[in-house]
Design a protein around this ligand. Sequence first.
Ligand code: 5GP
Ligand code: MN
Length: 347
Amino acid sequence: MNKKDIDAVKQLLSSPQNIVVIPHRNPDGDAMGASLAMYHYLEAIGHRVTVVAPNDYPDFLKWLPGSKCVRKFDMQNRQSKEAIDLANLIFLMDFNALHRVGSDMEQTLSQYIGTYVMIDHHQQPEDVATYLFSDPAIPATCQMVYQLLDAMDELDRIGPEIATCLYTGIMTDTGSFRFPSTTSGTHAIIADLIDRGADNAAIHQQVYDTQTYERLQLLGCALKNMVLVDTLKTAYVTLTQQELDEYNYQKGDTEGIVNYALSLRGIIFAAIFIEDAEQQLVKISFRSKGSFSVNTFARNHFNGGGHDNAAGGKSILPLDTTVSKFLNLLPSYKDALLHSLKLKRPS
Ligand code: 5GP
Ligand code: MN
């Protein structure tokens, strides 16, 4: 974050604006936490603010303070477009390429001529924002929001609502503070958020202890489907549309399943392939440990991207063909896979 941009954003926010805050499509805890934290902050300092999510998000995030005010672009299209039409400032939260909002909403945004502020921690940001706060070394966009408020000398605006939103995003994007990008700085911020009113135990419970019986059955099905390619330190999981239907799949139900594959002893590369009959594609999540970059892998082969150790992608091939493509690619990464935990990631 450079001081010139921070001063410019602070200056922009010194008079009332019409603001829209946008998380990426299929928003996760970090995207919703960051968007709602920003919403509460901007409202508190006198702006007119609307959060427009491209589409719906999981029930385990619906308790977040301010969630009821969120407009969904696909379901509340007219109100969402009106808010975007009126906006002279748009915050893009937790994504760095406009196509990540989905094609309909991207089309609407292509007519927008106001200012963009982008706050994000993914690699290789697109050049779309007037003010870009981008740092792939930071584990969560919510941590960046905290750091931005700090840099603007606005930490005292953080009350229980903002603290709760930011805590949730940092918790979910760090895998509950266990991924390597979690630093002592992250923990210091978390401590401050607790002091400012985030109820850590309640937040963990809301996010992780609100599972439905069917979701756990779906998890059981996914674990049974798990395939090991242990000679290449890889494991993957598949879920067909039929299996999703059988367990009454709800948005968010498959989140985190890929981590079970990565938790196997000796496995450093994990994937989950999820069939989506309606969109006629296969949604893929990749996770890794060590230097093997799933961001590069997803970008090169599956139309996606993300971070070095957590990325996503998609395939328009049928599920079994997609898995075959994946399996056929693996041998060419043999060295990288076998040495992922030995080599330092090139900087
Ligand atoms: P997930 O696998 O949980 O959907 O996503 C893991 C990470 O990769 C997240 O940070 C997410 O934003 C990013 N990601 C997921 N899908 C895509 C995609 O299609 N393109 C890009 N660029 N990033 C993605
Ligand atoms: Mn994030």
